[in-house]
Design a protein. Sequence first.
Length: 161
Amino acid sequence: MSAIRPFNSPLECGLRILFVLNSANGRTADLQRLIAYDYLLVHSGDVDGPDSLHPSVPYRGTEFLVKRDVMSIGLNEMFSRELLDKTFDTAGILYRSTKLTTAFVSLLKSEYANSLRDRADWVVMRFGDMKDTELSAYMTASIGKWGAEFERLTAINELEL
């Protein structure tokens, strides 16, 4: 029997991305951009945005590096339920919201869903106009910093005074 993995499961990642695509108002995004958006959505406090949705954990920057398969499965789950559109382009596979995305997301009214909505709007407003190369460079330059504060705390705690 496999363990239940509620955080960062394909279903959770797919649901979060529905909020982002809905906020993008019909703009397309490829898998790599959506992985970056998902990180920025969950850990918005790392980039001077709203408070992060989830607690800060050590080495959280590595989430960005290992999420490709989980995100791809989540996107395919959402596509199989017609909650997003998938197109094939010379740039690769692109994802976009549909009318059903908007209808579905609007049904979710919890505090967490409202926080997702607010942060998705913020992510698209803050990073949506960046070119793919700019967003990639930004993420690559910042990854080592995210979660590194725990290294400093551990080092301080291990000092013998």
